[in-house]
Design a protein around this ligand. Sequence first.
Ligand code: ADE
Length: 233
Amino acid sequence: MNKIGIIGAMELEVEQLKNQMSVTEIVKKASLDFYTGTLNDADVVVVRSGVGKVNAALCVQILADVFHVTHIINTGVAGSLNPALDIGDILVSTDALHHDMDATIFGYRPGEVPQMGLREFQADPDMAAIAVRSCQEANPDIHVRTGRVVSGDQFVSSKELKQHLIEEFGGDCVEMEGASIAHGAYLNSIPFVIIRAISDKADDSAEMDYPTFERAAAKHSANLVAHMITQLT
Ligand code: ADE
């Protein structure tokens, strides 16, 4: 039987899912509220992790150890790096990496986690395919594409850093949790996918665009999650 862990960093990224689900129990752990129950007849645990990679990684470990989830979905917003991704579009992850991991002084590649031999954490291809298909069915007006999520503990709002993330890492979007969720899911052998709607372009306009578009973008992503979970096998 599937049990799907759904993580959003901020309340506005999960509030709609919490409202739509039928809640069995709210379990408190590590100062987080884990909402267990069903959403569109699927068993789910929905949680707001808090912002940043440490919060998100902790959350994954609790979903694995306490709730024994079989799948993990990260829903939320992101800044676009790929010019083909406009505000409101949706990115479904192929993989994710930490753009702020740097042990290059010892010969590792930028982003490579030392002694793991890994830079990219691969999303589950079946979950990604289901997400893309669901989006086309549920939201035909919303442009969806697959690509690479790059994550770090910083909000990106400069042309220079944006360019670096494109050139060095081939990122399609940037946010602050996906790679640590991917990393934690990998260590626990749990299939995952990251779904992010674009709230800004991670450049000098991000400061203005983000507060304007974050709510609508978060809703796009949550709508897709609610639709796709019924199709997970
Ligand atoms: N989440 C949404 N937009 C972002 C940005 N520009 N940088 C990091 N995280 C984000």
